[in-house]
Design a binder for this molecule. Structure first.
Ligand SMILES: NC(=O)c1ccc[n+]([C@@H]2O[C@H](COP(=O)([O-])OP(=O)(O)OC[C@H]3O[C@@H](n4cnc5c(N)ncnc54)[C@H](OP(=O)(O)O)[C@@H]3O)[C@@H](O)[C@H]2O)c1
Length: 343
């Protein structure tokens, strides 16, 4: 067992201890290069063996394939997993022989009660389980009042089929409105050394005020902060990051300065730059979980070991100064995807 730090997670009257370093499962489906299900299952089982039990998936990952993959582990080890999944990015099934990209199959963000109920049943079916630990809205459907969406989600809690509810990429105002309908246990957002929006748009303050746990996605900056990607050309064909503004060659060479600064500091501390990046995010708030994603046992072990990297107040400030001194070039998503964030 790795000695992963924990926190008390939940809502008033229903709390549970969970590890502060979880497993982001998105990369087990094609998005960051090739995948191999057999290797993925070994990594997922290894995560449980070392106590990295907070699993993050979504119906959209692999168009349902990610949840189906997890079902192979859940069928024997359900009790060991804190299983989080999400709905809201609707897609159509590809026609036979479809050669296009995954983005072409997306049909929009949906949060109407009928869709929510169907999506939930479909997720349970693919996961092969009868209860989800944390059910999130992945993106807010601005055409449906959040109250309606959350009311539908709350039906699953009442029925004992979901333990907690969460929102992803919501605004502070949406969170407050949602919380009035039903307590929200977690907000999932990109929070890392190069994405600090949550600190500036009031959402972190709202989470603190309401006692909502922040689940920091892409805490390694989609792998950038590990220093393993040195140029745009290092990204595999069909890799999602090839379309991400921050990885474009004209932005990459600016942004790599942040990685270099982390490499210098982590070398002095005797850890990896990615571990420093994870430890820094963890140090920003005690009620925060990071969910780094990896397909590899070696990386998973490194990531959970980041829980042992201590950041002193002086180092926290030093890193903040580094971040403030290196402006990041490029948005964290394409223009279209950005239009669905913080709604
Ligand atoms: N709510 C949302 O909208 C949203 C959006 C994005 C992600 N997420 C969730 O957040 C999770 C994590 O985000 P992410 O996977 O996008 O980004 P991430 O965790 O910041 O980075 C993942 C990338 O880093 C690499 N990596 C991981 N550990 C490493 C290590 N120790 N050394 C070197 N490279 C390492 C992985 O490589 P390999 O793949 O080769 O192992 C992968 O390419 C996802 O899996 C998903 O569950 C949620």
């Amino acid at each position: 067992m790795a000695n992963i730090p924990t926190l008390e997670f939940g809502v008033p009257g229903d709390k549970i201890k969970v590890p502060r370093i979880g497993l982001g499962c998105m990369g087990f489906s094609p998005i960051y290069g090739e995948v191999n299900d057999e290797d993925s299952l070994k990594t997922i089982n290894h995560a449980l063996d070392v106590g990295c039990t907070f699993f993050d998936t979504a119906d959209i990952y692999g168009l349902g394939g990610n949840e189906r993959l997890l079902s192979h582990v859940l069928k024997d080890r359900r009790d060991e997993v804190f299983l989080c999944t999400k709905f809201g990015n609707a897609w159509r099934d590809p026609e036979p022989g479809f050669q296009g990209g995954f983005a072409e199959l997306l049909v929009g963000v949906k949060g109407d009660p009928e869709y929510v109920r169907r999506a939930f049943q479909d997720s349970l079916g693919r996961l092969g389980i009868d209860k989800v630990d944390l059910y999130y809205q992945h993106r807010v459907d601005t055409s449906v009042p959040i109250e309606e969406t959350v009311k539908a989600m709350a039906e699953f809690v009442k029925a004992g089929k979901a333990r907690y509810l969460g929102l992803s990429e919501c605004s502070a105002e949406t969170l407050r409105r949602a919380y009035k309908v039903h307590p929200i246990a977690a907000v999932q957002v990109e929070y890392n050394c190069w994405s600090l929006d949550i600190e500036q748009n009031g959402l972190l303050d709202a989470c603190r005020e309401l006692g909502v746990t922040v689940v920091a996605y892409a805490p390694l900056g989609r792998g950038f902060m590990t220093g393993q990607i040195r140029s745009f050309d290092d990204l595999p064909e069909n890799d999602f990051r090839r379309g991400n503004p921050r990885f474009q060659p004209e932005n990459f060479h600016h942004n790599i300065k942040l990685v270099e600064a982390f490499e210098e500091m982590s070398a002095k501390k005797g850890c990896k730059p990615g571990q420093l990046a994870l430890a820094w995010v963890l140090a920003q708030d005690p009620n925060l979980i990071v969910i780094p994603g990896t397909k590899r046992i070696k990386y998973l072990d490194e990531n959970v070991a980041a829980g042992q990297v201590q950041i002193s107040d002086a180092e926290n400030k030093q890193i903040r100064d580094i971040i403030n001194s290196i402006p990041i070039s490029g948005d964290r998503y394409s223009k279209f995807d950005m239009s669905h964030t913080y709604k």
